[in-house]
Design a protein around this ligand. Structure first.
Ligand code: ZN
Length: 185
């Protein structure tokens, strides 16, 4: 039956026990942009005291923005202008897989699995650059906060906070205070 079958079977039981639907606008009026790391699932939200219905959550590998007009900004534009988000939280984490990527090893694995090396070479920049790999997760959060703050598509009065999360202990440390940065604008 495979994992898909197990998921669907669980889902039928889940739906049967469901409460009534809630609004799609976030109760706490915030958007979170964080990493897709497995350890953050059902952990970051509770570490922040957030419950279902409270926040918009956008995730990708390494909570990074490569294209300032790409998917992450697009989601933030919708979160702010259509769903009422008033603050943005960029949350990186320690021990992020994107800070440990070996571009050459990854390229070898891709080619072994049938990806055309020509296609990899045609990507913008090196494979690591295209993936958005970084060495310093804190530096990445600071950079991404700046990209969002400077975005011509995001209103200037939206605080953009930067935080680091410990995926083992659940501790959050502030890196950039979006309220303070707002006054300097
Ligand atoms: Zn990560």
């Amino acid at each position: 039956m495979g994992l898909l079958g197990e998921i669907l079977e669980h889902n039928s039981r889940f739906v049967a026990e469901r409460e009534r639907p809630m609004s799609k606008s976030p109760a706490k009026k915030i958007a979170i942009f964080t990493c897709m790391d497995t350890r953050l699932v059902e952990f970051l939200e509770s570490a922040m005291g957030l419950r279902r219905g409270d926040a918009k959550v956008i995730k990708n590998a390494g909570n990074t923005i490569i294209d300032p007009f790409g998917g992450v900004i697009r989601s933030l534009v919708v979160a702010v202008f259509s769903l009422g988000c008033e603050e943005i939280y960029v949350i990186g984490h320690h021990d992020c897989g994107m800070s440990q990527i070996d571009g050459d090893a990854l390229e070898r694995r891709m080619v072994e699995r049938g990806v055309d090396p020509q296609v990899i070479r045609s990507l913008h920049g090196s494979l690591s650059e295209w993936l958005g790999a970084f060495r310093d997760p804190c530096g990445n959060v600071r950079r991404v906060v700046e990209v969002i703050r400077q975005s011509p598509l995001i209103p200037r009065d939206v605080p953009v906070h930067g935080l680091m999360f410990d995926p083992a202990r659940g501790r959050l440390d502030p890196l950039v205070n979006g309220y303070a940065a707002l006054q300097g604008r």
